[in-house]
Design a protein around this ligand. Sequence first.
Ligand SMILES: [Zn+2]
Length: 365
Amino acid sequence: MLTTKDQVVREIALASLGEAIRGRIKQAPTSDEIARYLSGDCTGVFLGPSGTGTSVWSYARNAARRQRERLKVRWRWCEKKGEMAVECNGKGGAGKGGGLVIVPPRARSQIIYRLRVAGQNYYLDSLLSKKDQGKVYALASVDRASNHFLRNGSFTRFADWRFVHRARLDVLPLNGARRWGDQQDTRCRRCGYTNETLSHVLNNCGPHMVAITKRHDATVQRIVKNAKLPGEIILNKSAPEADAGCSLLRPDIVIRDERSKTVTIIDVAIPFENGLDAFRVAKEHKLQKYQPIADSLQEKGYKVYLKAFILGALGTWDRDNWAVIKHLPIGKRYAGLMMKLMVFDTIRWSRDIYVEHVSGQRQYS
Ligand SMILES: [Zn+2]
């Protein structure tokens, strides 16, 4: 209203605004005082209680005051140009040296967009400053598969939805995850381990081992069900034909085809997403562990394909899984659906483990 092209509306608005301020400071306001009033300034002539009733101008003043911290929003009177402009936090965010932008009356159509960007920047800066909350996202942001449910919630129960975001930000209430207050007892409430972190609960806590194994087996089952490779499928047993020295090594899936003399060995791991390296470490560990089987079979003339299949405990998908899927070979169309189901299975199991951990109530039958 203060900057519209319609002169009549503009003058009425300005007069009504001047009236509202006069009621407050008991004199005709200067242009600078108008800007300060609209910005929510509480110093100088605006010190003390408002006294006068509410109006559209007092609403505008209160709105500016509420958003001053977040959006750095302020009205400014420019003496030289004789115009009233709005200033707010600029693009790129304060943390990136974006600085302030000034929206003059001739750019009035941009004001909503500018305020929205300032709001986004505020929340972005606030999130980026919480360094300990980026661990999971370092991995979850690599492949969009890990976030396929974010926009539409497909294959996700409401309970999982409520769980997974807090879990990925590491803000679920646990003894080992207190950020303020006195450092109290951080021990695990179920097994007594020294630090009850989410990674302990979902991957290492003794009482949950049955569910942790079921979570792992859900992924194994989906691979086995859909693998199209010819040959005999051997689950969780030492590979036949391998040396006796390998008898204690029991990979999750072995597919042996005698006709082509090929053996495929796949082992599934569900590590916690502890930073960017977590998947690489898990993979190396698996490959190293089963290499003796591969060596022994190769000596006997088999072609060996040894791979790890990795999913994060919070539903993060490892890109290298696509190569395994291609080897099996699972068709492109179904592979996309299978990926979603695997991400869903893993989140569901992790949610059930966590809820049982804090409530003591069994979540699965
Ligand atoms: Zn425990």
